[in-house]
Structures are given as C-alpha cells and as structure tokens.
Design a protein around this ligand. Structure first.
Ligand code: SAH
Ligand code: MG
Length: 188
C-alpha cells in the first residue's frame, strides 16, 4: 500500500486522502455494502482499500487514462484481487452496465459529477448509496482566492452539483467535511 501511495505522490495522482478513505471503508462495513461501482480508478488505490474490507465485496471500476489503468491492473494483481475488482479502461460515458450496485463511488472529472450521477443512478440497488469525493476541491470551493478562469468554472460546477444533490427529491444527501469533502446520497 505504501508503494502505491508513494507512486501517487511522485506522479501527482490524486488518490483519496487518509481520513477520506477511512470514512469510506467504515461506511462500507457499517452498511454491509457488497457491490461497488467506482468511476475513476486512477491506479487502484481506493478500489483495493474497499475490496480489502471483506472477501465478498466485488468492485467494477472505470478509468479512461491508459497509463493509470495499466498501473491499476498491476497493483490489483499484486494484491490478488483481480477476481474481485473488474477494471474497465474507457471513458465512463461510453460504458453501459446492466449490473446493480449497493454503492456508486464518483471520484472522476469533478465538473462532470451531475452527468455521472444521472448516467449511473439507474444502476443503483434499492436502498443504495452514491458517494462523491472532492466536494471541497482542495479547499477552493470555499475560498475567495484568485483563480484562473478554468478553475473558477470547475468550482462553479462543484457548487452546482451540491445544489443538485440538495434539491434532488429522490435522494437524501449528507455532506461531510472529511478528507477533501464527501457527500453520501441515499436513495429514498
Ligand atoms: N479513486 C481513486 C482516485 C481517482 S482520481 C483513488 O482514490 O485511489 C480521478 C480519476 O478519474 C483520474 O485517474 C481520471 O483519469 C479519471 N477520470 C476522469 N474522468 C473520467 C471519465 N469520464 N471516465 C473515466 N475515468 C475518468
Ligand atoms: Mg478523489
């Protein structure tokens, strides 16, 4: 695990923060989550952490970047988890899944959260959850720091997503100021 963390640091890969991943793992335990869809594998760090919660957890995880995907394959093989973590190397918007999941974990392009949510919410089991990471976007969502136009647009999109969740009548969402900001949306 340390090796993966060091690789992420070296190549600037935004894997989940320590307290964020702790929260996620405890959530999976507490809610007896068994089937997980992850959007944004990166190099497999969060997928491996989630799979290691219990032997009967199965994960499908999507990553569009080929180099990261290949690194994820390597890491997952090292942990002997290739039978329980299914990796897909494609843009999530090209992927059609028929499976149902207890948890959908959105941790990909931050400006696309609403679209990911809408695209995959049909794959959620009754009583399932959608968890989204990086709602604080490194503290930038609640700062008046000077930002580039691109960054400002990204922050706006994250705020739009938060509003979308708050106004969504089919889900009850709780926001946690843990890690880089996490939301948990429960289908109601
Ligand atoms: N969940 C990982 C970190 C993911 S970082 C962990 O905590 O260990 C976000 C990843 O999402 C990046 O590697 C990026 O390439 C990927 N990504 C962004 N948009 C995507 C899309 N539309 N489809 C698939 N992957 C995407
Ligand atoms: Mg993240």
């Amino acid at each position: 695990m340390l090796e993966i963390e060091e690789y992420a640091k070296k190549y600037n890969i935004p894997i989940m923060q320590k307290d964020g991943i702790e929260f996620l793992i405890n959530f999976i335990k507490k809610n007896n989550i068994k089937n997980i869809l992850e959007i944004g594998t990166a190099i497999g760090y969060s997928a491996i952490k989630m799979a290691n919660v219990s032997d009967d957890i199965n994960i499908t995880s999507i990553e569009r970047d080929e180099i990261r995907y290949k690194e994820a394959v390597k890491n997952i093989n090292k942990f002997n988890l290739n039978n329980r973590i299914k990796l897909i190397n494609d843009d999530a918007f090209n992927v059609e899944l028929n499976d149902k999941f207890d948890l959908i974990f959105i941790d990909a392009a931050k400006a696309q959260n609403i679209k990911f949510f809408l695209k995959f919410s049909g794959n959620l089991n009754i009583n399932g959850f959608i968890i989204t990471d990086n709602l604080n976007f490194h503290g930038l969502v609640n700062s008046d720091e000077k930002m580039s136009r691109n960054l400002r647009q990204l922050v706006r999109k994250i705020k739009d997503y938060v509003e979308f969740l708050k106004n969504n009548k089919n889900y009850e969402t709780i926001f946690y100021d843990i890690g880089d900001g996490i939301s948990v949306s429960k289908k109601i």
